[in-house]
Structure formats: C-alpha cells, structure tokens
Write a protein that binds this ligand. Sequence first.
Ligand code: ZN
Ligand code: FE
Length: 258
Amino acid sequence: MVEIELLPVMSDNYVCLLFDPATGTSGVVDPGAAEPVLARLSDLGRGLDWILLTHHHADHTGGVPVLRRETGARVAYSRGDTGRIPGIDGGTDVALGEGDRLGFGEAVFHVLETPGHTRGHVSFWLSGEDAVFCGDTLFALGCGRLFEGTPEQMWRSLSKLAALPPATRVYCGHEYTESNARFALAVDPDNPELRRRAEEIRALRGRGEPTIPTTVDLELRTNPFLRVNDPAIRRHLGMEDADEVAVFAELRARKDRF
Ligand code: ZN
Ligand code: FE
C-alpha cells in the first residue's frame, strides 16, 4: 500500500507525501513550497523520486525548481501545461494526458484530464489504492473556480471524479471545507447528512485538524456541485427543468458571489 501523508503548507494548501514501502519509492503531489517538503523528507530519512503536478498554478508548483535541484526527482505533469511550469526539464520529466499511466513502485497512477479550473488540469488516480489526487478540481464540499475553463468542462471533469469507486479517498489541494460548508448549507439546507457533516467539520477545524481526505461517496451525498440533479437543490434555485450544466453553472456563479 502506498502511504500518504498530508503536509499543510502556506495558508491553506495541502501537499501530499507518498511512499511505497515495498520499493522505497518516494513522491510528492503539488509542492507549492520546497522547504517544508525537504524538512519532512529529511525527518523521514527519505529521498524523492517523483513530483506530481495537477496544474501550473504557483501554489502547487512553487517548490519544483528547488526540489528538483536538491533531490534529483523527476516531474510528472500535464501535457496541457507544457511551457507553463518553471523548472521542468524536457529531457527527464514526463508530460502526461488522459489514459496515461505512471508506475510508482508497485502502484500505478492513472491520469485523468480534469480541465475547468485551468485548461491543463489533471488528476492522478491510484486505482489499486482507492485514492485520487485532484488538485483544485473537486474540493471537500466544493469545486475549483473556473479560471480557464467553461462550466461544461468542469462539470465533465467533476463527473469523471464522481464516477470513481465510492470508497476512493479524495485528496484535494486546499483546506477550504469550512467555508464550502457554509455555501453548501445555503443551497441545500435540509440535507441531514450535510448538516451532520458541517458539524463534524467545525469540530475538526476547531481542533486544527484537516478535513481531508474526503471520499467520493461522501461528496456524492453532500457536495452541492455533484448534486445538480437533486430535486431540493433545483427547487431552491428555481431550476427544476434546467439541464445539468446550467444548474452547475448557476451554483458556481453563486459561490463566486457568496
Ligand atoms: Zn489552482
Ligand atoms: Fe490552488
């Protein structure tokens, strides 16, 4: 089993450290900063073989140049981000797209293209391990802002993640859950499971603990951005007969103003 450790960096970013004990393979997902990663690797007595990047934003890639230089790790990134990430070396790093696979020790990452937040955004699914790293696409109780993509693209990307096995653990790029919960309750106020979850989230954050990972199953039952076909949410929006993308676009626009 690949061991996964969350490393909070900067104000609300999560970096994930990965380790395959069978082979000693070590990796990191979305290192927005190098120093905390190097410090933790040194505590653990580990090197670094792979840097996986979901998208080009600096809060997910800022640590790449120093980490490459200090550890010699190779970078796996989206083909759609070619030329947009400082510190990439075309000779040793690998550009990936939909359907590509990346061996990680005894495990395999499957690449899913999940555009919408950015046009080149990808997610990495560890199929045998029930875990997905989805950057700023799907958040706990929310989803990423549409900086470079259309509502239709984002809806398709979220649907792809929602179709993974229900037990899949979802590792997203930010701790935004508490404010996402406030919006979710505003549009889906009578969802008992959401209300219960919002309480748990408040308690976790009150103790300074992460709300990540979440699971596909939990998001399907409580995340309004995956629940665009829910009759109560549609009624709340006055969009009973609208198509899925229109409901999604309305939710995203309301969240932007919330
Ligand atoms: Zn981003
Ligand atoms: Fe981000």
